[in-house]
Design a protein around this ligand. Structure first.
Ligand SMILES: Nc1ncnc2c1ncn2[C@@H]1O[C@H](COP(=O)(O)OP(=O)(O)OP(=O)(O)O)[C@@H](O)[C@H]1O
Ligand SMILES: [Mg+2]
Length: 363
């Protein structure tokens, strides 16, 4: 097999656990990643994303569990024998080496011939769109270009797995958006199995084949970006991914349709999709409506939902406008619509409220 031949590996993580003193940082975490897949660990600060990554990289020993690349068990191997490419937030380039030398670093360590090194460096610099910049020093590059060199360096030796821990967090917002898409394209072209870590849900939605949503050292939900957004399985997921209006109520399917009964409201709210574990009428649930799924119309309450609201506040965002409304019987809700639709809406007026789509999760 040629050295530039990419043989992506599936990754199997089985019941991996990490304890610091009496604090369980990672509960028994299991996950299967397909060869060439881009998987993102998403979760709030301190939920165990980096700890999990460090165990996979071998920088931190796990207390129990197994990690395999294909059929090969790797969790007993030292970090340099695991064949993993790493990019960390502060994993700086070697400042005294040129861009090309940085990218070739792992190849040199692995004893590649000079000719093979040169060809591979060329290939990688093209992949990350830095052709012709091989002789520059890192300080002569922009932040985004430096990040791409770090990615090229991590991909160069055809690792079985690429680990990226918040690699974009040092970049300003505009550059971050651009490098995010670059990184996604690079990963697709290289087709190397990748785990990306972020606490930024937009980043996760934009980049991933699948997202692993983590909370307090455990996996909360695994799914495609669309699945996580459209059908969260838990309250945490409903709150963490995207904006959501959550209303406490009780499941009611006595009419043959899914609905939610809310205290203080004389009718049942219609439900479109439901998370797992909600079967019987009376089950405590959160009724979830995304801001873009709330529609409002000026005038008295509609016969459809019977819901009336007062416009409290408007936040103009350019493309869309956020409107906060006080709904009788439900409380404050947020609406997001195209600015052209609601830009002229006066404050304080009564509006009727409709839901385009709603979802429930267990309370
Ligand atoms: N060496 C350590 N000793 C003790 N506790 C630790 C150690 N490393 C991490 N922790 C704790 O384990 C938990 C998980 O940490 P981890 O670094 O994995 O979080 P994270 O999800 O990567 O968060 P962030 O988004 O802030 O990077 C945190 O509560 C952290 O304080
Ligand atoms: Mg971290």
């Amino acid at each position: 097999m040629s050295k530039t031949n990419n043989a992506a590996q599936p990754v199997h993580i089985e019941r991996v656990r990490k304890v610091f003193g009496d604090f369980v940082a990672v509960h028994e975490l299991s996950l299967d990643i397909e060869a060439g897949e881009f998987v993102t660990f998403l979760g709030p600060s301190g939920c165990g994303k980096s700890t999990t990554l460090k165990m996979i990289a071998g920088l931190l020993p796990q207390d129990s569990g197994e990690i395999r690349f294909g059929k090969k068990r790797i969790d007993m191997l030292p970090p340099n024998k695991r064949n993993i490419g790493l990019v960390f937030q502060n994993y700086a380039l070697f400042p005294h080496m040129s861009v090309a030398e940085n990218v070739a670093f792992g190849l040199r360590m692995r004893g590649w011939s000079r000719g093979d090194q040169a060809r591979r460096v060329e290939e990688l610099l093209t992949l990350v769109r830095l052709d012709g910049l091989g002789e520059r020093k890192p300080e002569q590059l922009s932040g985004g270009q430096q990040q791409r060199v770090a990615v090229a360096r991590a991909l160069a030796f055809n690792p079985d797995l690429v680990l990226l821990d918040e690699p974009l967090s040092n970049l300003d917002a505009k550059l971050r958006e651009q490098v995010r898409l670059d990184l996604r394209d690079i990963q697709r072209k290289a087709a190397q199995t990748t785990i990306f870590v972020t606490h930024d849900q937009v980043e996760a939605l934009v980049m991933s084949d699948r997202i692993v949503l983590m909370n307090k050292g455990s996996v909360e939900q695994v799914g495609t970006p669309y699945e996580l957004y459209a059908t969260p399985t838990t309250e945490f997921g409903a709150r963490f991914v995207g904006a959501n209006n959550l209303i406490s109520g009780e499941f009611d399917d006595s009419s043959g349709h899914w609905g939610v009964r809310v205290a203080g409201l004389d009718r049942v709210l219609p439900v479109t999709t439901r998370g797992p574990g909600i079967e019987r009428s009376g089950a405590p649930v959160w009724f979830c409506v995304r801001p873009e799924h709330v529609a409002i119309q000026t005038g008295a309450s509609s016969p459809d939902t019977g819901l009336t609201a007062t416009v409290k506040d408007k936040i103009y965002q350019g493309t869309t406008i956020l409107v906060d409304i006080e709904v009788a019987g439900l409380g404050l809700m947020r609406v997001e619509r195209p600015a052209s639709e609601l830009g002229n809406l006066p404050l304080g007026i009564p509006v009727s409220v409709f839901f385009d789509h709603s979802h429930i999760v267990t309370r």
